[in-house]
Design a protein. Sequence first.
Length: 332
Amino acid sequence: MSTQTTLTQFIIEQQRNVPEATGDFTLLLNDIAAACKRIAHTVNRGSITGMLGSADTENVQGETQKQLDIITNDIMVEALEWTGHLAGMVSEEVDDPISIPEQYPKGKYLALFDPLDGSSNIDVNLTVGTIFSILCGQEGTDAKLEDFLQEGVKQVCAGFVLYGPSTMMILTTGQGVNGFTLDQDVGEFVLTHQDMKIPEDTQEFSINMSNQRFWESPVQQYIDECMQGEDGPRNKNFNMRWVASMVAEVYRILTRGGIFMYPLDKRDPNKPGKLRLMYEANPMGFIIEQAGGACSTGRERILEISPNDIHQRVPVILGSKNEVDRVVSYHQ
Ligand code: P6P
């Protein structure tokens, strides 16, 4: 009987294609996988252990934190800070960069993460996930804030773990996108979706329609044309999905195509979009592009944005390449 390829085996085999690889990166990915297994277990038992509901605190985004936002953040930090692979971390749930405690060695990588994306869904038992991005820092030094402010094209790795009907890790290291499903019986992520590719066309869009009055005209035009269906300029009918969990939307798009949009919103000029560049848009953009899709603000490629803040927000339009290109053309 052929045993399935585990995440560890897959990473080591990919590492062999990288002559200068030291094995550090492989160990870091294993540490992230171990943290996410712990998060999967914690999230799965949320209502049993009384961890659902609000923590009655706010994060730097001004959003009310769920208890599990804080708990999962602590799991990620505690699982990674001792490993000796990191020079620092950034989390959606923590205002400033997280330093590596003095008693631990510092490594060369920087980890940026949203520990529990879509947590507004946690109390209603819908899919949520962890999103992570890995950059290179200054080996052995305490990372400063500016060390994190790198364009998305500088990422060495991006991934997300989906806590849904099954727990899955979707990963890219710049050599395509692969999906691993957690085999609960053995506690290993095993390769189940090799070399994922996004269809270039789609008939499915994802957007929060309740914000329609705040969109700019190119987005209004695009959605209006989709809504006109086969009688309109697109000559085909569209379907809509909105899970309010980016990890779920992106995974669906990886499996069957689609376009996801959280566009520029005229409500608050200080918040050009809702989603955060460094630990949501950039990692998802890297994955989407590696699977043959596109990821834009409507005016520029997300991965080429020069960051000015670790928590900055951007408009996000990602998914099937031909649809994203169409929306971008409407912005020109
Ligand atoms: P809304 C979750 O809070 C999130 O950051 C993304 O995962 C999701 O796509 C979006 O916000 C949902 O936003 O405004 O529809 O609740």
